[in-house]
Structures are given as C-alpha cells and as structure tokens.
Design a protein around this ligand. Structure first.
Ligand SMILES: [Zn+2]
Length: 289
C-alpha cells in the first residue's frame, strides 16, 4: 500500500496555495488502537486530515491541536499534528451511533451537534496562538473553513473525505485546503468558485486521482513545492504519565496508595496504559511534599 503523504503547491500564477493529503494509513493505524463506530471513524478521520493539512503551514518544531467541544453524542474530539507529519486523534465516545443521512452518508453533524472549534498552535514564540469559532455545520471541513474566515481572516476552502466500504474497511481518506493569497485576483476567486460547484465528493476525487494528481486535475498550472510522509504517531511516554500523577492533589494520591495500592494512566490518544506500583506512587508523594 502507498505511504500517506502531504503535498504543498502554488497555482493560478502563484495566487493560490494548496495543501493535499492522503491519510488512509493514518486511519488504519488509529483503528489498531481504538474500537470505534463508522460515524466516529469518519469524524476523527476528517479532523486528523484537517490537522495534518493545517500543520503543513507550520515550521520545524511547531505543532497544533484542533479541538471540538460539542453537545452531540460523540462528546467531543481532538487531533494534534506537527510539521514533521505526525498526527494523533481522540474521540470521547468512539462507540456512538447515529442513523445515516437520507442520502446514505454518515451523519457527522448529528454525531457532533453544536459547539465550538478551537485551534491551539504551539509556535516558536513564547505564547501559544489560540483561536476559536462556533461550529458552522458540524461537518468538520466546513467548520475549519469557517474558522479560517472568522479567526484568521484567510479565505480558505477545506475539503475532507473518507470512503468506507460495506465491510468497514477504509477505501480512501484525506483531503485538501485551498487558500487565497493576499495577491489573489478576482479571476482566481472566480476560478475556485467554479471549481467547487463541480466537486461533488472529495473522497471520489482522491480515489480516482490520488492526493497529488488530484491537485493537477483541479489546477492545470499547479507547481509542487514540497511533499513529505505523514503517519499516526502518539508522543505519550511513561514520563508524561508520571507528570499527570504529580499534578494530582494529595488526597487523590493518598487514595491510590492506600486503597488501590497502584495506579494506571491511560493515554487518551492511543489507549496505551502506564502502570505504577504502590512504591512508585509513594515516591511521587514524597517528591511533592
Ligand atoms: Zn499515546
């Protein structure tokens, strides 16, 4: 199977910037860690692809976290990605189920409901950048487009797609971001508008052309600037799990020592479990006091 990759392009006389990504393997790796319903899989796939595409705008050690806080049965979801192509995702209630839409598509808006999309960017500056907006539709792609318009004032089109077979295997996943640069002409805006009226399904485009050829299909003069592999990778560690225990208050730690005689910290993103013995907990307790 092809390795997932992210591509960056300039097109339309360098007035438009395009990012495209394939994230089929990302999703397959995610599924090895988490049991999840098809609608939850579609939602987290869109959010992880969106995070990878947005991380394409970062440099070196920068990273970003997309969080959806919502009142729908999915309970909330988040995805974190960095400029090296690593991404991880988390769904609060991954086993939720909602009926399909009338047209047979997975009903992500019904799973998500209403809420906010927040973006936190850890840039190479002292203060992290934070922005947020209300959810536009709960489709996630439209919510990210709306975020760019409202919070960063950059005209942006986001297309995210996942194709799931009847046996729930992943046929394709990925998407694109099209951004109008400050020098974009009226013609460039009109071109993108006419393009969008012709694109029915991002996942069909991805399946037919792949993430790179899809962009040449949409923009005849597209110029590839860079491409790099992307993957699902969790950065959790025993040290991070220990830091969580260190931040607990004294009473909670006492209860773990005297009642449970142990503790287990589970990573929200990959479900990896870190086990701590009574002795280790006592040591953490001593370090605190
Ligand atoms: Zn993890």
């Amino acid at each position: 199977m092809n390795q997932d990759k992210l591509y960056k392009f300039l097109a339309f006389n360098d007035e438009i910037r395009i990012y495209s990504v394939e994230s089929k393997q990302v999703l397959a790796t995610y599924l090895k860690h988490v049991d999840c319903s098809p609608v939850a899989l579609v939602a987290i796939s869109r959010l992880m692809s969106g995070a990878l595409l947005m991380a394409g705008m970062l440099k070196n050690d920068e990273k970003l976290l997309l969080s959806i806080d919502c009142n729908g049965p999915i309970g909330g979801l988040k995805a974190e990605a960095d400029a090296y192509g690593n991404v991880r995702g988390f769904v609060k209630n991954p086993l939720l189920d909602v009926p399909l839409k009338e047209n047979g598509q997975f009903n992500v808006p019904a799973a998500v409901g209403q809420g906010t999309l927040s973006v936190r960017k850890q840039l190479n500056l002292k203060q992290p950048f934070e922005g947020s907006c209300e959810l536009f539709s709960g489709e996630i792609s439209e919510d990210i487009s709306y975020y760019f318009a409202m919070s960063e004032q950059i005209p942006t089109v986001v297309g995210l797609g996942v194709l799931i077979e009847k046996d729930y295997s992943i046929a394709q996943a990925g998407g694109f971001i099209i951004q109008m640069l400050t020098n974009a002409s009226e013609e460039a805006y009109q071109y993108v508008e006419s393009l969008l009226s012709k694109v029915n399904s991002v996942s069909d485009l991805l399946k037919e052309y792949g993430p790179e050829q899809m962009v040449y299909h949409l923009f005849k003069d597209a110029r590839l600037l860079e491409s790099y592999p992307v993957r699902f990778k969790c950065v959790c560690s025993r040290k991070m799990a220990m830091d969580i225990l260190r931040r607990l208050d004294k009473n909670d730690l006492d209860a773990m020592i005297h009642e449970d005689h142990q503790a287990e910290v589970t990573c929200n993103f990959c479900q990896r479990k870190f086990h701590f013995t009574e002795e280790e907990l006592k040591q953490i307790q001593e370090e605190k006091s």
